[in-house]
Design a protein around this ligand. Structure first.
Ligand SMILES: Cc1cc2nc3c(=O)[nH]c(=O)nc-3n(C[C@H](O)[C@H](O)[C@H](O)COP(=O)(O)O)c2cc1C
Length: 311
């Protein structure tokens, strides 16, 4: 499998194995929260040499190109964000032509996140990436409605199971199912995904929320509602990760409000194997490297002279 020995921050030294993939440390990005191509243009080659994450998770790719939701797309909370970006992307063909070659050149394994509006659409996406050596693993974003059943795919255990059973035979690559917190019982969905053949689970995606325009009192976001993320959701993420970890035996990628090494350590202690940094990267594009360094100091206080153990 792909090796990522060159990845990550200068000091992070927490080698981690995830679904057979060797990573320099357990910190990755949350899908859609770090644009590695734009960041390279903004920060230059140093960003690639000191890539902040141990693996790169691409933003969601859909079969057809999407414009995304009308503006405004963001609402800032006292400790987080509500976004209604609406998954704009170039579609599968555009991604394969334009994004994949650039992302494959990153010094870390590439995890591609896909989403479809029917099981057949997801199957087409999975099949297309199954044959690409550049792709180390696939993440299924199931936070969307199945247009054939009207159900949010990841909100219902049976619906999730049908989807995973449909795509599981199409690839040998690790399949990560990204759970939605907007389910009655995310733990039951997790159990169903594991039984249907998922290799790993990631959680949490954003929590449905909304904001009103302070002047008009109408919904602020162009999409009316959006997804809440950032520090505001951290306690929810910790509870869901702890619950899911107790109910499945496959590895977890945990995320939700991670800002510091200590937050990542909490999620690892709750049962995760990897931790993703999302919203925090908007404030600090190098947050991933900082969190990895802080986590290293917590977990390996001997790794740096003078470093103090977790207090
Ligand atoms: C602006 C923005 C865009 C996002 N885009 C995606 C996406 O394309 N696919 C996806 O699966 N999750 C997406 N997410 C969800 C994040 O990957 C993550 O699950 C969530 O934000 C919780 O982590 P955080 O609190 O650290 O941001 C997005 C989140 C934000 C804030």
């Amino acid at each position: 499998m792909t090796s990522a020995a060159a990845s990550g921050s200068a000091t992070a030294a927490l080698p981690t194995r995830f679904c057979g993939i060797e990573l320099a440390h357990p910190i990755v990005n949350g899908s859609g929260t770090f644009d590695a191509i734009a960041a390279q243009r903004a920060f230059g080659p140093a960003l690639v040499e000191q890539f902040p994450f141990a693996a790169f998770v691409s933003k969601t790719v859909t079969l057809a190109p999407r414009e995304g939701n009308p503006p405004p797309r963001l609402w800032e909370l006292p400790a987080g964000l509500i976004n209604s970006i609406g998954l704009p992307n170039k579609g599968l063909a555009g991604y394969l032509t334009h994004d994949l070659p650039e992302l494959a050149a990153l010094p870390v394994p590439l995890i591609v996140n896909v989403m479809g509006f029917t099981r057949d659409e997801v199957a087409e996406l999975v099949s297309a990436f199954a044959e690409r050596d550049e792709v180390a693993a696939l993440e299924l974003n199931v936070s969307c409605p199945n247009v054939e059943t009207g159900l949010i795919m990841g909100a219902d255990p049976a619906e999730t199971a049908l989807l995973v059973e449909r795509v599981r035979p199409l690839t040998d690559k690790p399949l990560i199912v990204k759970l939605t917190p907007n389910a009655t019982d995310p733990g039951a969905v997790a159990v169903a995904a594991e039984a249907a053949g998922a290799d790993a689970l990631s959680l949490i995606n954003t929590i449905r929320g909304m904001a009103l325009d302070p002047r008009t009192h109408e919904p602020w976001l162009g999409g009316t509602t959006g997804g809440v993320s950032g520090a505001t959701v951290r306690a929810v993420a910790l509870a869901q990760v702890y619950d899911v970890a107790g109910r499945v035996s496959i590895p977890l990628v945990a995320m939700g409000g991670v800002q510091r090494g200590r937050d990542a350590d909490d999620l690892l202690r709750a049962g995760a194997t990897l931790v993703a940094v999302g919203t925090e990267s908007f404030r600090d594009p190098l947050a991933g490297a900082r969190v990895a360094d802080e986590l290293t100091r917590i977990r390996r206080p001997d790794a740096r002279p003078g470093a103090r153990a977790r207090g």
